[in-house]
Design a binder for this molecule. Structure first.
Ligand code: ADP
Length: 680
């Protein structure tokens, strides 16, 4: 029964059940024949696998087969008598009536629907692409049109998929042609069937020239072992990768990293080989050069290590703030009396082995003050530092240490990788050299012993001579000495001066040897530095008319616990120098201040004499050091005074320095701690 609710169907349907035929033949005979033909045709239509439909010239459906009913979801009775447009979506119906009418006027067989826009509509209003072929037929002189309707949904899907695949293949082709690598496809007989631009570029043969050639012959391939071995791997594992040597069109040889894959057909028979070859010629060349350079460097380093091992000095290379050991020579182990492991921080090594370091004056060296650490922190070389190593077995070794920093390893001739990898290469590296100076120290000790002995022996006769000269002059002055004329008095006076100079020199030398032998001690006692300074100034003012010695202080007294004799010696030395090196005379200022905030007293001795050349100022506190201008001016001296001043001040816990400009004058400063001062 027809569903009157179905909106697809024409409301003015001609119902076959009503007994009316869409087109009625004119007479009964014809009618019978017509119905017979229609029945036979209907039976035929059922035989077809396609959905078939017959319409009259007005587009009314006359016959449908089961396939068509299934395709559109209608029952047979729902379709018969309906206009063909009921099988179309609404928007196509009006247009279709015109098309159909024009077709009927000159009906001819035609295949329609190859375009994508021919669409059918099912009873459930679902739409699907269709293809329709039309054929006019005559039944008893009446024209009908038979249509075969085919659902194209699956076909269209397949077409779409095919298009997608072919598009993807085109993209892949493009990609392959863009690749820098040489990509080639060989058939089972190794004949080239595909050759991309990368291959053209690498081997210089065009695709046209390469096609069909046996690839190994064309490229004169040199295999890592044999071609047979490669082919066997491909057959067994389906792929191979390794390095090949090829010859290009221009004869140049290239090394390629090759990856090959065997492709089999549906029956599993090998059909092609895909090959991707990457040019690694330049890379291999550089690697080779690097290997050579490494080998050469290893050889050089071996020689360097041999040389270092022959040297008697302990030589270390340390890196970073922890002073981790990078390398050391043979003498290093002997020096410490223990093995310092590579990579171990120096502090850890010393503590682990029970090794102690001392300064030249015997003070324990704090680990923060290790020579390598000083150079590491400042980036400046630390040179000629004298230390004493106390080894695990208790033996002591005097050493002179030099530490020279490098900004980073990159400044060193390249080190072997295994040496640098462990530590960040940005860390500073310091070369530390420990020189065993025990022999020198022994020689120095003997020399000091000799000087000490000689000066000791000199001291008594010199004092006797000076004393007699003094007495001789005194007696002559009292008129007790009749025999001394003017010339004799003058000479005895010179004798007295020279012998007192000699006596003072022997005293200085004795002090130096005592300090060197560490036999020097201070006798501290509460001393009024104001009185002490006035006494020195008064004594020295008496020796010169050309100089005016001025003492500047606001302090009435200043009691400090010092070795009075030694501090007097220092003030005396500095004021004497101010007099001596101002040969033209002039003012000499001595100032004394107390700085309660730093608990120290400060002295300042200023002259306007010859000054000290800038280039010689750095070493002036050393033993026997004198400035050139003093020598040139013929002023006599030993170069021991300032050395003794520094030793005496530093042993008091103070500090001494100076400022000077040649031709302008000098100012010497020294400070003494007054923590222990006692006001009386
Ligand atoms: P000396 O005076 O016996 O040579 P010192 O150790 O006292 O030895 O001084 C070392 C050198 O320092 C002197 O030789 C001199 O060149 C320089 N010097 C010291 N004091 C002064 C000064 N006030 N003015 C100029 N030069 C000085």
């Amino acid at each position: 029964m027809m569903n009157s609710q179905d909106p697809n169907l024409h409301p003015e349907k001609q119902d076959r059940t009503s007994g009316e035929l869409p087109i009625q033949p004119d007479n009964a005979e014809l009618m019978i024949s017509f119905l017979l033909t229609l029945n036979i045709l209907g039976a035929f239509l059922e035989l077809s696998p396609d959905a078939l439909i017959v319409v009259d010239t007005k587009g009314v459906i006359v016959l449908v087969n089961t396939q068509l009913e299934l395709l559109f979801g209608y029952g047979h009775d729902e379709l018969i008598g309906q206009p063909i447009e009921c099988l179309l979506p609404e928007h196509l119906r009006a247009g279709h009536v015109g098309k159909r009418t024009r077709y009927m006027q000159a009906a001819h067989p035609r295949l329609m629907g190859s375009g994508p826009d021919l669409v059918g509509q099912r009873k459930d209003r679902g739409q699907f692409p269709v293809e329709i072929s039309l054929r006019p037929i005559r039944i008893e002189r009446t024209l009908y049109v038979m249509g075969a309707v085919r659902d194209m949904t699956a076909l269209r899907d397949v077409e779409r998929e095919r298009m997608r695949i072919s598009q993807r293949l085109r993209q892949q082709d493009k990609l392959i042609s863009l690749a820098h690598d040489a990509i080639l496809v060989r058939d089972a007989e190794s004949r080239i069937v595909s050759w991309n631009e990368g291959a053209e570029h690498l081997y210089r043969w065009t695709a046209q020239e390469a096609m069909g050639k046996v690839s190994h012959s064309l490229l004169q391939t040199r295999f890592p072992s044999t071609q047979k071995a490669l082919d066997q791997t491909l057959l067994q594992h389906g792929q191979w990768q390794g390095e090949l040597n090829h010859t290009c069109r221009d004869g140049a040889r290239v090394i390629v990293e090759s990856r090959q894959v065997l492709v089999r057909d549906d029956q599993g028979v090998p059909s092609a080989i895909l090959e991707i070859n990457r040019d690694v010629t330049e890379r291999r060349r550089l690697e080779h050069l690097e290997q050579e350079a490494h080998a050469e460097m290893d050889a050089r380093l071996n020689v360097l290590q041999l040389i270092l091992d022959c040297l008697p000095n302990g030589i270390f290379l340390v890196q970073g703030p922890q002073l981790r050991l990078l390398m050391a020579n043979n003498a290093a182990a002997a020096l410490w009396g223990a093995e310092w492991a590579r990579g171990q921080p120096q502090e850890e090594f010393l503590q682990q082995q029970g090794i102690h370091l001392f300064t030249a004056s015997g003070q324990p060296l704090p680990l923060e003050d290790l020579t390598g650490r000083r150079a590491m922190a400042s980036g400046e070389p630390v040179l000629y530092r004298q230390l004493v190593i106390c080894r695990p077995d208790g033996t002591r070794l005097p050493v002179m240490v030099d530490a020279i920093p490098f900004t980073s390893l990159s400044l060193l001739p390249r080190l072997p990788q295994e040496m640098t990898l462990e530590f960040p290469s940005v860390e500073r590296v310091v070369l530390v050299v420990y020189q065993d100076v025990s022999a020198l120290k022994e020689a120095e000790r003997l020399k000091d012993q000799f000087i000490s002995l000689a000066t000791h022996e000199l001291r008594t006769p010199v004092t006797i001579v000076a004393g007699y000269a003094d007495r001789l002059l005194a007696r002559a002055a009292r008129g007790e000495e009749h025999g001394l004329d003017e010339w004799q008095r003058e000479k005895v006076q010179e004798m007295k001066l020279a012998s007192w100079q000699l006596a003072s020199l022997t005293e200085d030398l004795l002090d130096v040897t005592r300090i060197q032998a560490d036999l020097f001690s201070l006798e501290r006692c509460s001393t009024d530095l104001v009185i002490l300074t006035r006494k020195v100034i008064k004594r020295l003012q008496a020796t010169t008319d050309r100089h005016q010695l001025a003492f500047q202080t606001t302090l009435p007294q200043l009691w400090v616990k010092v070795d009075a004799v030694r501090i007097e010696q220092v003030i005396s030395n500095l004021v004497s120098n101010a007099i001596k090196y101002s040969p033209g005379g002039g003012l000499i200022e001595v100032a004394l201040e107390e700085h309660t905030e730093t608990h120290e007293v400060r002295f300042r001795i200023r002259d306007w004499g010859m000054g000290i050349p800038r280039t010689q100022q750095a070493h002036l506190f050393g033993r026997f050091v004198r400035a050139e201008n003093a020598r040139a001016a013929g002023i006599r001296g030993t170069g021991l005074g300032l050395y003794l001043c520094r030793e005496l001040i530093e042993r008091h816990g103070g500090h001494i320095s100076f400022e000077s400009e040649e031709g302008v004058g000098s100012t010497f400063f020294f400070s003494l701690p007054c923590l222990e001062s006692v006001l009386q």
